[in-house]
Design a protein around this ligand. Structure first.
Ligand SMILES: *Cc1c(COP(=O)(O)O)cnc(C)c1O
Length: 395
């Protein structure tokens, strides 16, 4: 999965370009920057890769989500439907917007179940944020249909799934906007970074402004002459981060090819294990293959196999117990532990996250294991891993 495994001279060169000019800021300094615009170049490249009209880079995937929510007009008191299996950033961004996260079950795609959305809709529901988890996709066309039918904004958290497609179309391009993360462990890394993509010029304009203190970027060389059509904040990326990401983005095809080959080898070797069934992938060809996720028949067996895999040096994630990715362990959310009052707490009828039970999600996650697919594996590593896996199912 992680792009950091293949850092090389390409990343060093891009960073050196920036340091040579001394301009680490993405805007202005035209006379001294020697034509270097790494963030801008990254954005262009992200548009080409995803087939979207506009993109804007931010300082993180979380900042990208916050920016996208703001740019889509989602704010105080609005309800936003999100899945319980994600990274905490998804609901954090909703809370930061002053909006209310409403959790809805996942299905065997390990992503939001389109069949559960309608039951969660209230008069205050404004948006649905499915998360394309672990490199693969939700049933995004069905989710899009529900959103269209119900007049809801679709915003995709594709932070973990750069390079994934559904029927040839990039994840993140199905809704009004999509977000990616380029943090240190993602498929392509900037060190820290995130990106928004959209085809809507108004959403793009608002995102571009919001992430830079509301600057309209129309003042020419004098930044002080920019207008401020909206109130924003600072979610800018630095040229240094963008430079690393730019070199990484050029390696995306290579990354996807290696991931897919490595995943195929492991998956084929596991195909005959009678206890195993694989995560449902709506379009297998579009899987970015960062993870291999599979189901065991029972929770007990999943725990045992996870233990055996760890002991045999082929560890797999058991997300059900994970502090950061599954709602069961989000005690800080359940108890509403926060630094200060959140805007949505001033509104009426707040959900009680303490009593939240999502049975369908639990029944799936209790039986799910995920193996991260690495780029640096040699043929020998893969063979060793396969032996370790086979052995783990015997115990
Ligand atoms: C990584 C991640 C984010 C946040 O990205 P950062 O760049 O780390 O802020 C959001 N959502 C999901 C699903 C992620 O995996």
């Amino acid at each position: 999965m992680p792009g950091f495994e293949i850092f090389g001279d390409e990343e060093k060169k891009e960073v050196a370009d920036v340091l040579d000019t001394g301009v680490l800021f993405r805007y202005g300094f035209e006379k001294v920057r020697n034509g270097q615009f790494k963030a801008r170049e990254f954005e262009k490249s992200l548009c080409t890769i995803t087939g979207s009209k506009y993109s804007h880079l931010c300082s993180s995937g979380t900042a990208a989500l916050s920016t996208a929510l703001a740019a889509c007009g989602i704010g105080a008191g609005d309800e936003v439907i999100v899945p319980p299996f994600t990274f905490v950033a998804t609901f954090e961004a909703v809370l930061t917007a002053g909006a209310v996260p409403v959790f809805c079950d996942i299905d065997e795609t390990l992503c939001l179940d389109p069949d559960c959305i309608e039951a969660a809709i209230t008069p205050r529901t404004k948006a649905v944020v499915p998360v394309h988890m672990c490199g693969s996709m939700a049933r995004i066309d069905e989710i899009k249909d529900v959103c269209r039918k119900k007049g809801l904004i679709l915003l995709e958290d594709a932070c973990q799934s750069l390079g994934a497609t559904y029927q040839g179309k990039a994840v993140g391009t199905f809704g009004l906007a999509g977000c990616f993360s380029f943090d240190s462990v993602k498929t392509v890394t900037c060190g820290e970074g995130g990106g928004i993509i959209t085809d809507d010029p108004k959403v793009y304009e608002k995102a571009d402004q919001f992430a830079d203190h509301g600057h309209d970027h129309l003042g020419g060389p004098d930044r002080g002459a920019d207008g401020h059509p909206i109130i924003g904040t600072n979610f800018r990326i630095s040229e240094l981060n963008a430079a690393v990401g730019l070199a990484q983005l050029r390696k995306l095809d290579q990354i996807l090819k290696i991931q897919r080959e490595n995943k195929r080898a492991i998956k084929d070797a596991m195909a005959d294990l009678p206890e195993v069934s694989f995560r449902y992938i709506p379009d297998a060809k579009g899987d970015s293959a960062t993870f291999l996720s599979f189901f065991l028949p029972t929770e007990e067996r999943a725990r045992q196999v996870a233990k055996n895999l760890a002991a045999n040096g082929a560890g797999a994630a058991f997300w059900y117990d994970n502090n950061w990715h599954y709602y069961k362990k989000w005690d800080h959310l359940k108890e509403m532990k926060r630094a200060a009052t959140l805007p949505f707490e001033l509104c009426s009828s707040l959900p009680d996250y303490k009593t939240l039970v999502l049975e369908e999600s639990d029944s799936i996650m209790k039986r799910t294991l995920s193996m991260q697919i690495m780029l640096s594996w040699t043929k020998q590593d893969i063979e060793n891993r396969i032996s370790a896996i086979i052995k783990s199912f015997k115990g």
